[in-house]
Ligand binder design. Structure first.
Ligand SMILES: [Zn+2]
Ligand SMILES: [Zn+2]
Length: 277
């Protein structure tokens, strides 16, 4: 094999494939793969829909080693137990979390302490606490091939720990849940509006963009950011793009994912990333 081809084959073997199977208020799931092994974060889809989306993303169900649950809201958990049973994989959750009976019997269940990095054969996973109105909510940051990939959604506030993790990440999946004007003038009851906008709710477009602006100016920025978990009723991709364009984060490589949109990308250490939407 010619030198260049051989070098390319070697680096592509180390490629990390990431996929947002879908995000938003109705169903969320993310996958990270490398060297034929994968992990899935959450599953708010039916098993059939999740498998169809994995197929479209080029991820083999046989490659999945475990499902990492962020929290027990339906848009993250609805199909999680059933997918674990179908794929015969264990579920990982934050320690101390009580799973509802609706999750059903699992092939295996492991708990992880937030703030502590847990090593597996081909990746490591750092769960970290979020601000959300549910039992023991966490988000996850994975280290694969020495590079960090972080999913940060379903939090009403941001912490120093989150700033640190994001500024050491290559790829970030960040919530931009609602446009404050759409939320306040929208159809939700006042109590639900207060809940979403509270410290224990979700990130607004402005909070997400301010976070990125702070990172862009003062810290190492991720190579690529996906804005996700957009609310069905209180946001649009255009609103998120406008917020980014008028901010100090405008020079960052940000892509906005519409509700339910599937997206995959490959990160090859040492090579430029490729992406397909
Ligand atoms: Zn959610
Ligand atoms: Zn939630």
């Amino acid at each position: 094999m010619a030198g260049l081809d051989r070098a390319r084959t070697l680096t592509e073997k180390n490629a990390v494939r990431y996929a947002v199977l879908g995000s938003g208020s109705s169903a969320n799931a993310y996958v990270f793969s490398c060297r034929g092994r994968s992990v899935i974060v959450d599953n708010g889809f039916s098993v059939r829909e999740a498998l169809a989306r994995m197929d479209r993303a080029g991820i083999s169900p046989d490659s999945v080693d475990g499902l990492f649950l962020t929290h027990t809201h339906g848009d993250h958990m609805k199909g999680a137990g059933a997918l674990c049973r179908r794929l015969k994989i264990p579920m990982f959750t934050a320690s101390g979390l009580t799973l509802p009976d609706s999750v059903g019997k699992l092939p295996g269940l492991y708990t992880m302490q937030p703030g502590k990095e847990h090593s597996f054969s081909w990746c490591s996973c750092l769960p970290f606490s979020t601000f959300h109105d549910v039992d023991r909510p966490v988000a996850y940051s994975f280290s694969i091939q020495g590079e960090r990939f972080t999913v940060l959604t379903d939090t009403g506030e941001l912490s120093d720990e989150m700033f640190h993790l994001v500024s050491t990440s290559r790829v970030l999946f960040l919530e931009a849940n609602y446009d404050p004007e759409m939320l306040s003038s929208g159809p939700y009851p006042a109590s639900l509006k207060r809940r979403i906008a509270s410290k224990w709710g979700h990130l607004s477009n402005q909070q997400a963009v301010d976070f990125l602006s702070e990172i862009s100016e003062n810290r190492r920025k991720p190579d690529r950011v996906f804005m996700c978990h957009l609310s069905h009723n209180n946001n649009t991709p255009e609103k998120v793009r406008e917020s980014i364009a008028s901010s100090r984060a405008a020079d960052m490589d940000c892509r906005v994912l519409d509700r339910g949109e599937l997206c995959t990308g490959d990160f090859v250490p040492g090579l430029k990333m490729t992406i397909s939407l």
